[in-house]
Design a protein around this ligand. Structure first.
Ligand code: FAD
Length: 467
């Protein structure tokens, strides 16, 4: 099996072969040595050597379990999500019946999330999310938006906090819940260091008191569990911030503000959240108060380890970006498939419009760009799997950002081209591609705008603090 690629690859074969010929020519009696025998023996030697453990095989294949779970998600997307997409987009409401149905079959809930997360290849989560968003992005976001809060609890919380809060993020199949992650503020979007929401410790009652305004929170106000990022020491910038669990049903002072009317992703609830003297127990700070105090004390020391701290926080963000990229690919693929079918069926000038290179080449580019984006997503997913081995993924070039950036921009481009291919029909709500285009646009904005992804990548490749 190894021989064929070795024979075909001039870079692998050329140098060793040349070296061997020179040696051979000094000792050989046959004036016309058999070149093919030489090639075969070299390839055989290398083949045997590289079949030993340590030479890993390269594969873009997925295993049977991954395929099964992906197909299961696809069936749900095709049978339940897609038929409901237009209705919930028009209603601009959270599709609770769809979430309930997903919970009943085990596709929504804490167990489902753990099931998808625990995969040494890192591929399960993006595989499944691509399918859900292929079904519909607005409903998809209602199904996965809770993951923002639960990932924050998982990555910052203690095992006790996981047990206490993670089940409450999702509820049960009979009583489904969603959760909200509230970081952005009117004055702090891309610039998280500008967060003004303040958490003050009240020693007398051993409580935190939270005050501030959060913006654009997915599930904000309709969730019970809100994970709120607030500053404890504003002089320390992001290092002075911490995340707090605020269970709405147990506190006073957390109110939903304006529910936003959006361009796309309209089946997902987005709202401002106000915190007015919200009191929560000291233990609700993720990671625990002792660890926070130690972290703040360290941040106040002169920082010779600043570089290391930056890398660690970059790795945290990078680890989830490819999953967002997979969502964008789901939208792009749905639009591409729809446009391909349409182009085969729609006739103008007496022949299907796909007969024109002008249309067929668009579709070729759409297919290629989707695959290119998916490869980046899978690479970043695979890098994130280092977590499974208790290691920090080594994102040297902002590979997570590359995946999200490429996938988001591909989704916008592909859905726009899909509208073009459908012509007038593409521009109407009678056909799904205009909704897909509206949905796709958010992928250049949230979870880090395209410009911020480029900033991360350019800093990573240059080692410079590009601004
Ligand atoms: C539907 C939706 C759901 C969301 N869900 C959540 C959520 O659940 N939780 C949450 O916390 N937030 C959420 N957000 C907020 C989202 O993360 C922010 O909108 C995003 O981070 C961008 O911030 P901003 O809107 O303030 O844009 P700004 O930061 O004001 O950016 C405006 C423009 O300036 C550019 N820009 C800014 N700084 C730079 C720079 N240094 N270099 C180059 N260009 C720059 C940006 O790229 C962008 O093009 C959501 C937003 C939306 C629309």
């Amino acid at each position: 099996m190894l021989i064929v690629p070795l024979l075909c690859d001039p870079l692998l074969c050329a140098r060793p072969l040349a070296a061997r010929r020179t040696e051979d020519s000094m000792t050989m009696t046959d004036p016309k040595p058999s070149v093919s025998a030489d090639v075969m023996s070299l390839a055989g030697e290398l083949g045997a050597e590289r079949s030993r453990p340590g030479w890993s095989s390269f594969s873009l294949g997925i295993n049977d379990e991954q395929r099964e779970l992906r197909d299961w998600a696809h069936t749900f997307a095709a049978d339940v999500i897609r038929p409901a997409a237009s209705e919930w987009d028009e209603r601009e409401e959270t599709p609770w019946p769809v979430i309930q149905e997903a919970a009943k079959i085990g596709l929504y809930g804490l167990e489902a999330s753990i099931n998808l997360f625990i995969d040494p290849s890192g591929l399960l989560m993006p595989l499944v999310q691509e399918e859900l968003f292929w079904g519909d992005a607005g409903i998809g976001m209602s199904l996965v938006g809770t993951g923002l809060a639960s990932s924050a609890i998982f990555s910052n919380g203690t095992p006790e906090q996981w047990s206490q809060w993670l089940p409450r993020c999702y509820g049960t199949a009979d009583d489904v819940q969603v959760a909200a992650f509230c970081s952005s503020e009117p004055g702090a979007g891309s610039d998280v260091s500008a967060i003004r929401t303040r958490a003050t410790y009240d020693e007398k009652t051993d409580e935190w008191v939270l005050n501030g305004q959060k913006a654009w929170a997915t599930n904000g106000g309709i969730a019970d569990i809100h994970v709120v990022v607030a500053t404890v020491d504003p002089s320390l910038g992001t290092k002075g911030q911490a995340a707090f669990v605020v269970p709405k049903s147990e506190v006073r002072g957390l109110e939903q503000g304006t529910k936003l009317k959006k361009h796309g992703l309209r089946a997902s609830h987005t709202a401002d959240v106000f915190l007015d003297n919200v009191r929560i127990p000291a233990e609700n700070v993720l990671g625990g108060k002792e660890k926070l105090d130690a972290r703040l004390a360290k941040a106040r020391e002169p920082q010779d380890s600043a570089g290391r701290a930056r890398n660690a926080s970059m790795a945290t963000f990078e680890m989830t970006r490819h999953i967002v990229g997979a969502q964008a690919i789901g939208i792009a693929r749905a639009a591409y498939e729809f446009a391909l079918d349409y182009a085969k069926g729609r006739e103008q000038f007496g022949r299907p419009i796909i007969d024109n290179q002008g249309i067929a080449f668009k579709l070729a580019d759409m297919a290629m760009e989707i695959d290119a984006a998916r490869l980046l997503v899978w690479r970043a997913a695979n890098m994130s799997s280092a977590l499974m081995r208790g290691e920090t993924p080594d994102y040297r070039h902002g590979e997570g950002s590359m995946a999200k950036l490429k996938a988001g921009e591909v989704a916008v481009k592909v859905t726009e081209e899909a509208i073009q291919i459908l012509g007038g029909n593409g521009y109407t709500r009678e056909y799904p591609v205009e909704r897909m285009h509206r949905d796709a646009k958010i992928y250049t904005i949230f979870e880090g705008t395209s410009e911020i992804q480029r900033l991360v990548i350019s800093r990573a490749i240059s080692g410079m603090r590009i601004r």
